[in-house]
Design a protein around this ligand. Structure first.
Ligand SMILES: *[C@@H]1O[C@H](CO)[C@@H](O)[C@H](O)[C@H]1NC(C)=O
Ligand SMILES: *[C@@H]1O[C@H](CO)[C@@H](O)[C@H](O)[C@H]1NC(C)=O
Length: 462
């Protein structure tokens, strides 16, 4: 059967439950020394200019997600994680034991005396904007995260090694905090995702990006390049930021939000004003499709319908892949077959002069297995997004999209995402190479005795 997946991983709620008692014997020893995260960064030479690059797998349709294979632990296991710029917390399915895990027990994460305590600042960071109430400071740090598609994960924060290869050639195994998810639920109409968890790339303190930056390992910059043919790459650090061709727009400031948003933006159709303005736009790699607010959605539908008047594409209700689909006189094979009937849309960001996010027909249409064309822009009001507009994977494809948390700006440039840029320039004379499958993920053994991430003993104060 065809898989129909439609993920929307923007984080809606992050709830806190502080259990006075630990929930299973495997967590009963929470007295191990916590890791002091920031204190050693001044001793480690803060040498930036290093980036971790990861190949991606996945596609918008039929899979509905892009994922990265990350190794965690020592000895490491591989976990396939959804990449999600719409949330902060990274979590993996965890044998504690687990409710709602979809992976076989052998591939679940096994916690071993590595829980983060409630008094740890990272615990507070995960629970922002709410306040953490520690019943006793040595409680474990529990979390519950709920996404916009109502999927959720409940678990406890732990730390473990993440073997990483950086572009400067170093192999590192920094200890990073993430969620050990022992109770997942996925009440929506779609089957649970086949991934083992989520790589949270939002801009809060708990995200892997912020942690790597806090350890002095990478700049607080990340980017992704999602290929329309499937796959692509993700990078943490600023080595791959192109020196030219990018357009940038400032991030909106809302300290309570951990996702990346910008605006106001104006919606254009074929380069012409539509009257829809003032859109706040969230860039969310965890969402398969794009969602528009009431007005933008209605206007888009009206314009597309008008453009299709008298053309051979007709509405069809036979294809339930997405709410709005069109059928041609013969089955559609690729978007190129129907491209002439659709104009590009643009989002024009007024804070930065002349900055547009161009949405070509490929960035808002899919061709289904039944040979129809469906609209990949969905009604945000229907799923409770209110006034938010979400730019999902479909509209992020074939662009390098960069989130610069240091300069507080989001940028993009159209590019070929099937090839990794010349991070290997030292070895390959700057020629673009197809990326190696193991890039950023180690086969080799790495050293856990790195000065940067060595545990520094029991924390004496909060
Ligand atoms: C590569 O960068 C990391 C993080 O900045 C640093 O710890 C490491 O020493 C660097 N390696 C080399 C070979 O420069
Ligand atoms: C979008 O969804 C809302 C809520 O269900 C509905 O009222 C509205 O008519 C929908 N918009 C369009 C253009 O279908």
């Amino acid at each position: 059967m065809e898989r129909k997946s439609k993920r929307m991983m923007l984080v809606l709620l992050l709830l806190l439950f502080m259990f006075a008692t630990t929930f299973q014997e495997c967590f009963s020893d929470s007295s191990q020394p916590p890791i002091k995260r920031r204190s050693t960064q001044s001793t480690a030479a803060r040498r930036f200019g290093s980036t971790a690059v990861f190949p991606l797998t996945g596609n918008v349709y039929p899979l509905g997600y892009y994922s990265v294979s990350l190794k965690i632990g020592n000895p490491p296991k591989i976990y396939e994680l959804d990449i999600d710029t719409g949330s902060d917390l990274t979590w993996v399915q965890c044998d504690a034991p687990c409710k709602g895990c979809t992976k076989p027990r052998a591939s679940l994460y096994n916690p071993s005396n590595n829980v983060i305590l409630c008094k740890d600042p990272l615990c507070s960071a995960v629970h922002l904007p709410a306040n953490v109430q520690c019943e006793t400071p040595n409680d474990q740090c529990d979390y519950e995260v709920e996404y916009a598609d109502h999927g959720s994960s409940l678990g406890v924060l732990v730390t473990d090694h993440f073997p990483l290869r950086l572009t400067n050639g170093s192999l590192l195994g920094p200890r990073l905090a993430f969620g050990c998810g022992y109770d997942q639920s996925n009440p929506g109409p779609n089957p649970p995702p086949p991934t083992a968890g989520v790589l949270g790339l939002g801009n809060g303190k708990a995200s892997i990006m912020s942690q790597l930056n806090g350890l002095g390992l990478t700049r607080n910059v990340l980017g992704h390049c999602l290929s329309g043919r499937g796959g692509g790459f993700l990078f943490l650090g600023d080595d791959l930021v192109p020196s030219s061709g990018m357009v940038w727009t400032p991030m909106s400031h809302n300290s309570l939000e951990k996702h990346y948003s910008s605006g106001p933006a104006e919606l254009l159709h074929g380069g012409k004003a539509t009257g829809v303005k003032g859109l706040q736009v969230i860039f969310d790699s965890g969402s398969s499709y794009t969602y528009f607010n009431f007005q933008a959605y209605k206007t888009t539908l009206d314009m597309l319908k008008k453009d299709l008047k008298g053309e051979p594409l007709k509405d069809t209700r036979d294809d339930r892949t997405l709410p709005i689909c069109w059928k041609g006189p013969k089955p559609v094979k690729t978007i190129s077959d129907v491209k002439d009937y659709f104009k590009p849309l643009q989002l024009s960001f007024s804070k930065a002069k002349n900055v547009q996010l161009e949405l070509s027909p490929e960035a808002y249409l899919i061709v289904t297995k039944q040979g129809n064309v469906c609209l990949g822009i969905l009604n945000g009001t229907e799923v409770g997004l209110g006034d938010y507009n979400i730019i999902g994977d479909i509209s992020l494809q074939d662009k390098m999209v960069i989130y610069n948390n240091e300069k507080q700006q989001i940028g993009w440039v159209s590019t070929n995402c099937n090839r990794l840029p010349n991070v290997d320039r030292d070895y390959n004379d700057g020629i673009w190479q197809p990326y190696k499958a193991d890039f950023g993920i180690l086969e080799e053994h790495y050293s856990t005795a790195s000065k940067i991430n060595k545990p520094t003993g029991r924390r004496s104060e909060l």
